[in-house]
Design a binder for this molecule. Structure first.
Ligand code: ZN
Length: 373
């Protein structure tokens, strides 16, 4: 196998990215002149990672990890599937353990805090990475609903060469201004610091939950933004639907000693419900002014948090509060309809199940029941 040069590495990366976007080529030869034109327009700093890639690992199959090729640029390839499965299993087990411990502890399940994160991007780069545009994070618990929120527009200053069209299309759909006129922070270190302060990171980074299909994108963008700030700590990005499923089952089990909530798929249906996302007053000022509420990273993570907490209120005997468990501006009728949809059992069924239980102690003080169904 001939030794690859920097341009060939770039051409292969370009082919991968374009194929992932649905573009079809008859053969690799067809890619060379297109990639060549882009390569010619690239400066030494942009070419450097590809040249280094060719020098360091000339013929071997590249491992799929985010690794730094230079201080200003990273080569990004996808994480291997088995590594992702291991990570996702770890997240699920750690949620189950946390919920079990919380239900037995002093604090109780309803006080356990979680973070929902949503990130929007301008476009995908040729190296597989994403150019970030907006970030929203919500901290929530079942008892208090949304406790805190963080929102930032991100201005990456420039769009990679050859990506202007894709970025423009994306910007139109999501109501974004393109760099260099994009809104928000340009300094990635500032963004990293604000996020880490919000997450109150001391030892470990708490797991962050997002839409299951966006986990690779969020993982890649956050990995790049946080970079050396997290000093080798592992970033766990989990599925919001998985979290909702675990929360709902834990709430049922610890309050009524039974699990009836059916599946992660059902949890995803709850999250996909559009009742909340179409409410005003939940997006950032910019998206609110454009009436692009549904496209905002802030409104998205708030809606996930509202849905997760509101759906557990009935079992956990928590009175849902406006601005905490559902948006302030949600009409009463729509709230009642939504609560009905989110409840697997109605209040009467729940009360009768509670009566069947012989426990007089509050649920979160009850001994753990090991023979669950
Ligand atoms: Zn927004």
């Amino acid at each position: 196998m001939p030794k690859r040069n920097g341009f060939m590495c770039f051409a292969h990366e370009f082919e991968k990215t374009e194929k992932a976007r649905g573009r079809r080529f008859r053969c690799f030869k067809e890619i060379i002149p297109i990639a060549g034109r882009i390569w010619e327009g690239m400066g030494p700093r942009q070419r450097e990672p590809y040249i280094r890639m060719a020098e360091q690992r000339p013929n071997e199959a590249r491992t799929a990890k985010v690794h730094e090729a230079s201080s200003s640029h990273r080569i990004v390839t996808e994480e291997p599937i088995d590594e992702r499965i291991i990570k996702s299993k770890h997240i699920i087990t750690s949620i189950q353990n946390r919920l079990d411990q919380a239900a037995l502890g002093e604090e109780g399940l309803d006080k356990e805090e979680f973070y929902a994160i949503s990130m929007k991007y301008f476009c995908r780069r040729f190296d597989g990475g994403y150019v970030p545009a907006e970030l929203g994070v919500a901290k929530f618990s079942i008892e208090d609903g949304v406790k805190d929120q963080l929102h930032m527009h991100i201005n990456p200053v420039s769009i990679p060469i050859g990506m202007a069209y894709e970025a423009q299309q994306h910007a139109n759909t999501h109501g974004l201004l393109l760099p260099p006129h994009a809104l928000g922070e340009t300094n990635m270190d500032e963004i990293a610091q604000k996020l880490l302060t919000f997450l109150d990171v001391k030892q470990e980074i708490p797991p962050l939950f997002t839409d299951a299909k966006n986990i690779p994108q969020v993982e890649q963008m956050l990995g790049e933004i946080l970079g050396y700030h997290i000093n080798g700590k592992t970033l766990y990005i989990g599925s919001m639907a998985e979290l909702l499923f675990q929360l709902k089952q834990a709430a049922e089990y610890h309050m009524m000693s039974l699990k009836v909530f059916p599946s992660v798929t059902k949890a995803q249906q709850f999250l996909d419900d559009t009742t909340l996302i179409s409410t005003t007053g939940i997006s950032c000022e910019y998206h609110e002014s454009l009436e692009f509420v549904a496209e905002c990273a802030l409104s998205e993570c708030l809606c996930w948090s509202y849905t997760a907490t509101l759906s557990c209120c009935l079992e956990m005997i928590v009175e849902p509060l406006p601005g905490k468990h559902y948006p302030y501006h949600l009409e009463r009728m729509r709230l009642d309809m939504l609560r009905h949809e989110l409840a697997v059992m109605d209040e009467q069924q729940i009360q009768s199940r509670k009566k069947e239980s012989d426990y007089s102690e509050p649920a979160n003080k009850r001994p753990r029941i090991s023979n669950q169904q």
